[in-house]
Design a binder for this molecule. Structure first.
Ligand SMILES: NC(=O)c1ccc[n+]([C@@H]2O[C@H](COP(=O)([O-])OP(=O)(O)OC[C@H]3O[C@@H](n4cnc5c(N)ncnc54)[C@H](O)[C@@H]3O)[C@@H](O)[C@H]2O)c1
Length: 249
């Protein structure tokens, strides 16, 4: 087991990618602190109570992030793996129509939230730990109607790169992952929104047809990559990015 007795802290733990990753971490022997703004009944059913804790935390609230990091350490000791993953998609619109408050809301969660996570969790990590930041293929290229999301995911990559430099003194590795469309709530929301704006082919089909390996990414495909970055298998990998997109064109 690659994460035996390690303490993993996961934000956005009740979501599709967070939930799949929590389950894989538990399979690998970890203890997991799960942070989210809500834990809908049933989403995380069946997890072992002695190796998990749920902490309600809005990642944009600095006091809450600091308190949750402390509560996680009180429960399971210093953090070995930090999956800094919570994020939102926001609404889709072309730049001239993009609502400013919507832009600010996405940046708050996807940039300020990631920043506050790094600020308050890295100091309570054990030396030699691993941080994984969830960016997106939207953190590497632009696309129409996605100003806030694309900007925020580029910024998340920048934060990961800074944290990799600062974390190195304590041998804390920091890497970013870049999934493309992952089957689940978020991509349904985005593609429904894009379809409402028109287009000859449903957005989900357009995306899937551009993936070399012939299917959408599943949450567990992302979780498997997170486990690699969390484990000693990636012990000399830091300050870099892994794209999980099935070879999307
Ligand atoms: N789904 C995709 O296609 C896709 C692709 C690339 C990257 N991502 C990124 O992966 C991450 C996880 O997304 P997902 O697909 O699991 O979506 P999701 O909506 O299923 O999960 C996101 C989780 O984050 C939580 N969250 C939102 N705001 C929060 C806040 N302020 N504080 C704490 N938690 C908060 C939500 O409650 C939710 O449980 C996000 O950062 C997302 O941008 C998703």
């Amino acid at each position: 087991m690659r994460l035996q007795d390690r303490h993993c802290l996961v934000t956005g733990a009740a979501g599709d990618i967070g939930g799949a990753t929590v389950r894989r971490m538990l399979d690998e022997g970890a203890r997991v602190s799960m942070l989210d703004i809500a834990f809908p009944a049933g989403r995380l059913a069946g997890l072992p109570a002695e190796r998990t804790v749920q902490l309600l935390c809005d990642m944009t609230d600095e006091a809450a992030v600091e308190a949750s990091a402390a509560a996680a350490v009180a429960r399971f000791g210093p953090v070995h793996v930090f999956f800094n993953n919570a994020g939102i998609e926001g609404e889709m619109a072309p730049l001239p129509a993009f609502d400013r408050s919507e832009f600010d809301r996405v940046m708050q969660v996807n940039v300020t939230g990631v920043f506050l996570g790094l600020k308050h969790v890295m100091p309570v990590m054990a030396d030699g730990g691993s941080v994984i930041v969830t960016s997106s293929t939207a953190g590497l290229k632009g696309s129409a109607n996605t100003a806030a999301y694309v900007a925020s995911k580029h910024a998340a990559l920048g934060l990961a790169r800074v944290a990799a430099v600062e974390g190195a003194a304590r041998r804390i590795r920091v890497n970013a992952i870049h999934p493309t469309a992952v089957r689940g709530r978020m991509i349904r929301q985005i593609t429904d929104d894009l379809d409402r704006r028109g287009g000859t082919q449903p957005a989900i089909e357009r995306i899937a047809s551009g993936i070399l390996l012939g299917r959408l990414v599943e949450p567990d495909d992302v979780a498997a990559t997170v486990i690699y970055l969390a484990s000693d298998d990636s012990r000399m990998v830091t300050g870099t990015s892994i794209v999980v997109d099935g070879g999307a064109r």
